[in-house]
Design a protein around this ligand. Structure first.
Ligand code: AMP
Ligand code: ZN
Length: 374
């Protein structure tokens, strides 16, 4: 018997070995592109064999790429990862090389970072942002991490912070922490009831505001965020389904060049979720595997699932949908010039109005709380 542990939701099943990974996954009705299959400290591909006595973890990555060849395309050693959308497979060293190369190319082709830039890396404790921080350190950039304790579930928030701290400690780099409860007296779960904003929208606004403010206050040249191909393709699908021309014109890997905000870049925008999870695993980065406990019902998750279905039938669909947009279609949408911005009268951040959206939300929350306590 081999033990198979599935994460999210957690359950355990036993299988009689020997059996190929692809057979076990098929029997469990799992799409190989959406998971990492882990035995001890090695990754298994679909052709690997699970033996009796094996202890296997099946770890979801939410989506991604995976081939029938199990030899590394570059060096012909045994492959540990299959990238179906590239119709290829790599061994550990060659995959790490491929990944770093993709990040460097993205940075160069969009001139995301310049030599000497002080980079603030926004880290959640998840695979994408920690993989991003790891590669940027490796490529020699001057980085500082920034983590917001959002209070989305006590245990989840504490674990996210512990993981970010431990990563920073292990790499000898600085982590700046901002604690929402300590600084503002509320956490994300408090917001929907008091402000009428849906959870993910309130959380997104809070993150964008605090990250931009930390970058400005700390004198950083640029902010790096961990959005990957799956995130960007899902956002693009949403923008397209609504034909939101303004958002389409603004979506891209470099944001804010023409505004009063510190520039924001997404060096992982052409790498899939499976690729970033694989990188994080192979680099032995301890990251939070669990999804945010508040994410259930999130629209973007639905778009990701729809795209996963298409990707499964035709690997490469996400990359051509998003890549085609960035390379050929985006220029057809024009955004209205950025509105005239002034300093928010409460926090000083640039805003088209008198008070920025974040400060308005905070004010609403305070008013509601004081009404309720009166
Ligand atoms: P998400 O909005 O959760 O998809 O995260 C997108 C990106 O925002 C991540 O890759 C990080 O770069 C950043 N981010 C998310 N959560 C946090 C957090 N708690 N603190 C700092 N940055 C975050
Ligand atoms: Zn403000």
């Amino acid at each position: 018997m081999a033990t198979i542990v599935l994460r999210n939701p957690r359950r355990e099943v036993s299988v009689d070995g020997p059996k190929r990974v692809k057979v076990v996954l098929r029997d469990l009705d799992i799409d190989a592109d959406t998971v990492l299959v882990i035995r001890g400290d090695e990754l298994l591909t679909r052709e690997d064999v699970i033996e009796d006595g094996d202890h296997i973890e099946i770890r979801p990555v939410i989506s991604g790429g995976a081939a029938t060849t199990t030899k590394c395309r570059r060096c012909k050693a045994k492959a540990v990862v299959e990238l179906r959308r590239h119709n290829t497979a790599f061994c550990k060293e060659c995959f790490l090389h491929f990944f770093r190369n993709q990040v460097s190319r993205a940075i160069e082709s969009d001139r995301m970072l310049r030599e000497g830039d002080r980079v603030l890396v926004a880290v959640s404790g998840g695979k994408d942002s920690l993989a991003l921080w790891d590669v940027l350190i490796d490529l020699g950039y001057d980085t500082t991490g920034f983590h917001i304790v959002l209070g989305t579930g006590d245990e989840y928030a504490a674990e996210s912070l512990r993981i970010c701290r431990s990563f920073a400690g292990s790499r000898g780099v600085e982590l700046v922490v901002s604690d929402l409860a300590a600084e503002f007296g509320f956490t994300i779960p408090d917001l929907p009831h008091d402000t009428g904003r849906p959870t993910c929208s309130a959380c997104g606004l809070t993150k964008r505001h605090l990250i931009s403010k930390a970058a400005r206050d700390g004198g950083f040249d640029v902010i790096a965020i961990g959005h990957n191909l799956d995130d960007e393709a899902a956002v693009l699908l949403g923008n397209t389904l609504r034909w939101d021309a303004e958002y389409l014109a603004r979506q891209g890997p470099v944001l804010g060049d023409d505004t009063g905000f510190v520039r924001k870049v997404k060096p992982l925008h052409r790498l899939s979720e499976k690729e970033t999870a694989t990188y994080a695993f192979l680099r032995r980065i301890d990251y939070l595997v669990e999804e945010c406990p508040l994410v259930a019902g999130n629209t973007q998750l639905r778009y990701k699932q729809a795209l996963d279905l298409l990707e499964q039938a035709a690997p490469g669909t996400k990359a051509s949908f998003y890549g085609g947009f960035i390379d050929r279609a985006k220029e057809r949408f024009t955004a209205e010039g950025p509105p005239a911005l002034h300093a928010c009268s409460s926090c000083g951040m640039p805003t088209p109005g008198d008070v920025c959206a974040f400060c308005r939300m905070v004010e609403m929350k305070r008013r509601k709380a004081s009404r309720e306590s009166a």
